[in-house]
Design a protein around this ligand. Structure first.
Ligand code: NAD
Length: 361
């Protein structure tokens, strides 16, 4: 069985779906790894490193299994032969047309976003691995835009107070942001609508902001707030946010537009030089003033909503992603390296988004 590692074509995408470190592990399974020349270049992974690890350079699109990061373009779908197994972020919720195109092309597609988030599949959870990168980078990006120090400094030239950082949404990205902001020496506070998060926030040494609004949804996620709850949350947050220099937002509700947590009034109430770093830009943003992909300055506060944040740290983001992909791939092949799609397995069935019909092997 051949496994193809293709170069990503989306503008700005620097990650790659497989790293040299894991090639030997695939080879041990009897898999032949074919890498498109230059596939790892954006992540500083040279073709030679793949070859030394046992891969070949060649036409990766012709492989039996193709590994990707971003969804394939129309042209790329055209390069996949019927029956190819495709593994990648395929955006099944946001891009049903893209999935339909894969179905028409006879591609057996597995979306990393659709891997069930159960304990057994934790090592395949690419949403979590990439959210960790985002949470970490969000703090660095915010610190860079902030015109002051994060830590408290006592120097001969005077004392500098620590920055006050609030993280809204304390899931995987939010907890990583809190831990990173704490390591940089700021005073950190986390907020979420899932009550069990309070404990997790405190365990990393941050304070928990309790606004008395709980919204637990299905599968461990938050649910969308009702109109009244939303208005109340915005009112209480607007008041709370005036006390913070930096606000990092990570709140998402599966399948919905991201909730607005930071209103224009809240921005107005922040100290001059403040920063709102909105990680929810791809889902519409958590701040009323965010413009996805841009930085704007309003009321002397910088509001930044960067897109594809994990791609900005491509080496480790690729390494973690490749590990997630390897774990899923190992579930789809036998120990002898033969393809075996067992749709009675909830992880295999859950991740499969196209090409189930006629999948005999
Ligand atoms: P997410 O990216 O969907 O959302 C980020 C955070 O935003 C969540 O914590 C959510 O509660 C919060 N949020 C949503 N609406 C909000 C609002 N109006 N106000 C404030 N906060 C709001 O979530 P995620 O980080 O991917 O993970 C969410 C849950 O999934 C967590 O419970 C996590 O432990 C769980 N999870 C489980 C597994 C597993 O078992 N394999 C793996 C990863 C995550």
């Amino acid at each position: 069985l051949t496994v193809g590692v293709v170069a990503e074509s989306r503008p700005g995408e620097r990650r790659v779906a497989m790293v040299p470190k894991l090639v030997a592990r695939l080879a041990q399974r009897g898999l032949r790894v074919v890498v498109e020349p230059g596939a790892g270049a954006g992540a500083q992974l040279a073709d030679d490193a793949y070859v030394q690890a046992g891969a070949e350079l060649g036409d990766a699109w012709a492989a039996d299994v193709v590994l990707k990061v971003a969804p394939p373009s129309e042209t790329e779908v055209g390069k996949l032969k019927t029956g190819t197994v495709l593994i990648g972020f395929l955006d099944p919720r946001g891009d049903p047309e893209g999935i339909a195109a894969l179905e028409r092309a006879g591609v057996r597609a597995f979306a990393m976003e659709a891997v069930p988030r159960i304990s057994r599949a934790q090592a395949m959870d690419a949403l979590s691995s990439q959210s960790s990168v985002s949470g970490y980078r969000a703090v660095l990006l915010a610190a860079e835009k902030f015109t002051r120090f994060f830590p408290m400094l006592t120097t001969a030239a005077g004392t500098v107070p620590p920055a006050k950082v609030l993280v809204l949404g304390a899931g995987v990205a939010g907890l990583q942001a809190l831990a990173t902001a704490k390591r940089l020496g700021s005073q950190t506070t986390g907020y979420d609508v899932r009550p069990e998060v309070g404990e997790q926030v405190r365990s990393i040494g941050a304070k928990f902001l309790d606004l008395g609004i709980e919204a637990v949804g299905e599968g461990g996620y938050a649910r969308e707030l009702t109109a009244e709850e939303r208005a109340e949350q915005q009112r209480r947050l607007t008041e709370a946010i005036t006390k913070f220099d930096v606000v990092i937002t990570t709140a998402l509700v599966p399948g919905r537009k991201a909730p607005t947590l930071v209103t224009a009034d809240a921005v107005k109430g922040m100290p001059a030089g403040g920063v709102v770093l909105d990680l929810a830009g791809e889902s519409g943003g958590n701040c009323e003033l965010s413009r996805p992909g841009e930085d704007v300055v309003e009321h002397d506060v910088t509001i930044s909503a960067p897109l594809n944040v994990p791609s900005g740290m491509p080496t480790h983001a690729s390494e973690l992603y490749a590990r997630n992909v390897t774990e899923l791939l190992e579930l789809l092949v036998t120990t002898e390296g033969e393809l075996k799609l067992d749709f009675s397995d909830e992880v295999v069935a859950g991740a499969n988004v196209a090409g189930r019909e006629g999948s005999a092997s």
